[in-house]
Design a protein around this ligand. Sequence first.
Ligand SMILES: [Fe+2]
Ligand SMILES: [Fe+2]
Length: 190
Amino acid sequence: MTQKPAFHLLRPETQLESDLLRTPEFEEGMMWGVPRPGHPEGMVLLHVREVLDNIEAQDLSPIDRRDLRLVAIAHDTFKYQQEALSHQGRSIDHGHLASSFLTQWEVPSRVREIVQWHDEAYYSWRMYKMGMAEDSVVRLTRLVERIHPWWSFFERFFQADTLTGDKDPTPLDWVNKWLPQVGKCHQLIH
Ligand SMILES: [Fe+2]
Ligand SMILES: [Fe+2]
């Protein structure tokens, strides 16, 4: 039997990774996408490979590595559903779609949470770029408050996800610059 592209390229390491990749949702989601700004590689599958390679390059405990791989495999898989819903006039972020899918699976809470909010730091930075400096920091603060027990886990994923394709790496520096000024959150994190 020929190996499916996702199995060949992503080389699942656990039963859970394999089971997820076998679902119709992951099979369809991994093949979605054409080359576009930020993602010259096109398909989600190829982006996930890059994220996994970046995770591999980090110095991680076995548990962090296992959980970050799960986040990587799930985080952008539901872009195809986000797009289909947008054609019906509905706006639901792919991270939220992925997170609600994962409620049917035994994954650690932090995996589901980071999948859900994975683009939130990027969205905050984008508001800043659009001239909404104050709102952008409020949004970043809300993110930190939501996920503060797992902030360093989030940062690791954010880095692995951002340093891919031809994405602008500026959001990484922007988050680092604003984080200490996020007041209350600063105490939560450091
Ligand atoms: Fe995303
Ligand atoms: Fe991504």
